[in-house]
Each structure stands twice: as structure tokens, then as C-alpha cells.
Design a protein around this ligand. Structure first.
Ligand SMILES: Cc1cc2nc3c(=O)[nH]c(=O)nc-3n(C[C@H](O)[C@H](O)[C@H](O)COP(=O)(O)OP(=O)(O)OC[C@H]3O[C@@H](n4cnc5c(N)ncnc54)[C@H](O)[C@@H]3O)c2cc1C
Length: 439
């Protein structure tokens, strides 16, 4: 049988991880898949701030020999503090280091851009090894995207938008994130509103220089009008990361700013400035630094819900298929886990794509369903509308903190990552070797 030719759209977290596992199969180098990764951005996208890797996600990281590299890049967050305009702490929820109860802060917190770099570099080193052994490895194409996707019984035929090149593959994997163009093109734009369940929250993520008030805790400030800011430690010790969010379904500019990239960063920043400029606390500092930052990233908060993640020879992976939202703390873990299970299913059924895709779905569905179950009322309950509502929320959180009930609360809510079994597919496991990182 000829090796599978696979086009992976998106070089984020899930895309390059899939490529690594596909090439770590026990097949001889010449029989391993021929992989192309297509990334729309002209270079690897290294924006994005704090993400968690939990449970099964870390098992997969270990299989790729990446644990020690990941551990040198942690943000070191001690937990989350709810603060008011005077910076008084109303409640404190510490990091879980036992692995038994997962609180809002995982023991593995890393910057998304750093993780993307690590996943990409691992795929590159695995690919180089396969090429040395006579295989095809991975071809990376940047700065382009697909204009057309057509499929017949034998192949998926695509046209690249910028180069105009036409190519055919055995299968296409859409790992192009929450606003997946692959999903839109193959499943149809008309169903996007049903598939992408918006939670009404819009967030700007960026990093800023540290100041004397910063510490190793995530400080979480709320303002009336359903606004919230998280100010968090970074891997870079003289910097902090910020996520600035507003729940607002009436002001359509928030949605437009997320949907229409042409409006651009200046428009997104101006919108956040309009909403946060008179809110006190450290808003003035954060807005000033937001204007100066170059790593700003803005998006809607949403979940992707689909009955099926494949159509013919096209399959979706990671946020494109089952985004659980940053509120779940599970996006990265689902992306890693999905990549591993999809590679495993393709290894078991290389000649029967429907069987491979349904095995992938079976493996992922229970984890995705649990990850997408947010606590009741989230995210609105934690972003009150009025000053009175904020006071009530802080008082409730203070009571939970003082009574020690948070442990019980987290146990009951328990993110599913620790309970997720990791199936053995027989991939070659890599020795833990450090990756050379851009510092
Ligand atoms: C720039 C950025 C910043 C992020 N910041 C955060 C954050 O701060 N906190 C958080 O919780 N989550 C963040 N996320 C989401 C987080 O990365 C995912 O939830 C999770 O890691 C799953 O990753 P993924 O690989 O499925 O998708 P993503 O990490 O979103 O990767 C998708 C990749 O596909 C590329 N792409 C998109 N469209 C196309 C196209 N048409 N053709 C080719 N390539 C395309 C993107 O440029 C990106 O590289 C961010 C995502 C991105 C892209």
C-alpha cells in the first residue's frame, strides 16, 4: 500500500502534534505518511498567553519526550486571587500540585506561543529523522490557505489561495482553530451559528512589563457591566500577561471585531479601551501597555459542537472540531489528546478512513462532552452586571474560601483530564531531550 498523503491545515498545537505521532508509527520510514502542514500566517504564530496542560495532555507530552522542556517554561502561577479596585484580596484559590484535585490553576501552566513553538520544533526534529531514514517527513507551507476543497471517492483536491497551486491528498485534517475555514468550507457557512456556540464573552490577550504590584498569583479584577481582567505571571519574569474580557451581546462591534480580521488590531484595542478606561484598579496601566504591546490577540469565547467531526476524507481536530473555550481550561489538553487519538486511529485503519474517523470520535467524544460542560451560569455568574452583583459574588467567594469548601467544589466539578485513559497504539516513545528555544 502507498503511504497516505495527508494535508494538515493549521500549525498551532494540535496540527504539529498530529504530524509527530503520524511519523512515530512503527512503520518503516518509506511507508510513513507524506505530510504537508499548511499555516495561514507567514511564520509560526506565537501569540497567546497562559494555557493549562492537564492529565492526559501531560502523558502525551511525555510520549513526545517534551516534559523537561515544558517544565523549564512554566509560568509558576501560585493560584488565583479575586481582587477589588483597592487590590484587596477577597478570595484565593491555590494551584493544585497533587494531581488529585484540579483547581483553576494547573501545575503545568505555559504560554500558548511557547507551547506552539515546542510542538512545531518536535514535529520538525521527528520529520528530519524520518527523512534521514528515507521517508518523506513533513513539508511546511506558510503564508497561504485553501481557496477550494473538493473530494471524490479517491482523493481530496485543493487549491492554495496565494500560490494558485492545485494538489490532491488522501485526507485533509482541519486543525485551523476555533474559526476554522476548513469547517466552514466543508460543512457549509450556513450552519456555523449552530456549530459555534458563542458565550457572549470577548477577550483580548497580551503581555506587558511587570510592575511593583505584581506577584506570582493571577489577580482577577471585575468591573460592573460584566467586565473582567486577569493579570498573570509569565514565563518571562519581567513580564505579565493580561486577558481583558467583556460579556456583551448588545454591542455588535465585539462580534464584528472577532469575525472580521480586516478591522484589525487597532479597532479591537480601541474597543477594549472604551470599555475599561474609567474602571480604576490598574486599568490605566494595562491600557497604556496594551497600546504598546506587539503580541495582542483578540477572539470571541465560544464552543464548537458538532454531531460528527468528519465528512468523507476531511476530518477536524482540536479547536476546529470541539473547542471547549478558555473557560474550560481544557483546550490544549483536548488538542493534544485529539492529535494522539487521530494518529492512533489512522495507524490502525490506514485503508479504511471511515473506520479510523469513527474510532477517533469514539475515543474523544466522552472527554470532549465532559470538558464542554461548564459550571452552571458560566461565564455570566463570574462577571456580574452591577456593583451590587459584584459585591454578592465577592462575598460568596470569600465564604467559600474561608470555609475551605473550595476543595469540595473543585472535586465535584473536577476537570476530566486526570480521568482520561490514554490508549496505547504502539508509537515509538521519544527520550526526554531538551528543545532549543528562542529566548
Ligand atoms: C494566536 C492564538 C492565540 C491564542 N491564545 C490563547 C490564550 O491566550 N488562551 C487560551 O486559552 N487559548 C488560546 N488560543 C487557543 C488555543 O491555542 C487552543 O484552544 C488550543 O491550544 C487548541 O489548539 P489548536 O491547535 O486546535 O488551535 P490553535 O492553537 O488555534 O491553532 C490553529 C492554527 O491554525 C492556523 N490557521 C487558522 N486558519 C487557517 C487557515 N485558513 N489556513 C491555515 N492555517 C490556519 C492558525 O494561524 C493557528 O496557527 C489561542 C490560539 C491562537 C491561534
Amino acid at each position: 500500500m502507498a503511504p497516505l498523503s495527508i494535508l494538515i491545515v493549521g500549525c498551532g498545537i494540535a496540527g504539529p502534534t498530529l504530524a509527530s505521532f503520524l511519523l512515530l508509527s512503527p512503520l518503516a520510514a518509506k511507508e510513513k505518511p507524506h505530510i504537508t502542514i499548511l499555516e495561514r500566517s507567514p511564520a509560526l504564530r506565537t501569540q497567546g498567553q497562559n494555557v493549562d496542560i492537564r492529565g492526559a495532555g501531560m502523558t502525551i507530552i511525555r510520549k513526545l519526550g517534551l516534559e523537561s522542556t515544558i517544565r523549564t517554561c512554566l509560568t509558576g502561577e501560585e493560584g488565583a486571587q479575586i481582587v477589588d479596585a483597592q487590590n484587596r484580596v477577597w478570595a484565593e484559590f491555590g494551584v493544585d500540585r497533587t494531581g488529585k484535585v484540579q483547581t483553576g490553576t494547573s501545575d503545568i501552566e505555559i504560554l500558548r506561543g511557547r507551547l506552539a513553538e515546542i510542538c512545531y520544533k518536535r514535529s520538525k526534529s521527528v520529520s528530519e529523522q524520518v527523512v534521514r531514514q528515507g521517508g518523506a517527513g513533513v513539508e511546511y507551507v506558510y503564508g497561504d490557505y485553501l481557496e477550494t476543497i473538493d473530494q471524490d471517492g479517491q482523493k481530496v483536491h485543493v487549491t492554495f489561495r496565494n500560490s494558485g497551486e492545485k494538489r490532491s491528498f488522501d485526507l485533509l485534517v482541519g486543525a485551523d482553530g476555533l474559526q476554522s475555514r476548513t469547517r466552514n468550507m466543508v460543512w457549509g457557512a450556513e450552519g456555523e451559528d449552530d456549530r459555534v456556540r458563542q458565550l457572549g464573552l470577548y477577550i483580548g490577550f497580551f503581555s506587558i512589563p511587570s510592575a511593583a504590584t505584581d506577584n506570582e498569583w493571577r489577580r482577577w479584577f471585575h468591573a460592573p457591566g460584566r467586565k473582567g481582567i486577569m493579570l498573570r505571571p509569565s514565563e518571562v519574569k519581567d513580564r505579565r500577561t493580561v486577558s481583558m474580557g467583556v460579556i456583551n451581546e448588545e454591542d455588535t462591534r465585539f462580534k464584528e471585531a472577532a469575525a472580521d480580521g480586516r478591522r484589525g488590531m487597532a479597532f479591537q484595542k480601541a474597543l477594549l479601551r472604551e470599555y475599561f478606561q474609567n474602571e480604576g484598579w490598574e486599568c490605566e496601566r494595562l491600557l497604556r501597555e496594551m497600546d504598546a504591546t506587539s503580541d495582542f490577540y483578540y477572539d470571541m469565547v465560544a464552543q464548537v459542537r458538532m454531531d460528527k467531526w468528519s465528512k468523507g476524507r476531511v476530518v477536524l481536530l482540536g479547536d476546529a472540531a470541539y473547542c471547549a473555550s478558555p473557560i474550560s481550561g481544557m483546550g490544549t489538553t483536548l488538542g493534544l489528546n485529539g492529535a494522539y487519538n487521530l494518529a492512533g486511529a489512522l495507524l490502525r485503519h490506514p485503508e479504511d478512513l471511515p473506520a479510523a474517523f469513527s474510532e477517533y470520535e469514539e475515543a474523544m467524544r466522552p472527554t470532549v462532552d465532559r470538558a464542554q460542560k461548564l459550571a452552571p451560569g458560566m461565564p455570566r455568574l463570574i462577571h456580574p452586571e452591577t456593583v451590587w452583583g459584584m459585591w454578592v459574588m465577592r462575598a460568596i467567594l470569600w465564604t467559600i474560601w474561608c470555609s475551605g469548601l473550595q476543595l469540595l467544589m473543585f472535586k465535584l466539578a473536577g476537570p476530566p483530564a486526570n480521568a482520561v485513559p490514554v490508549v496505547e497504539y504502539g508509537f515509538r516513545e521519544l527520550q526526554d531531550t531538551p528543545i532549543d528555544l528562542e529566548k
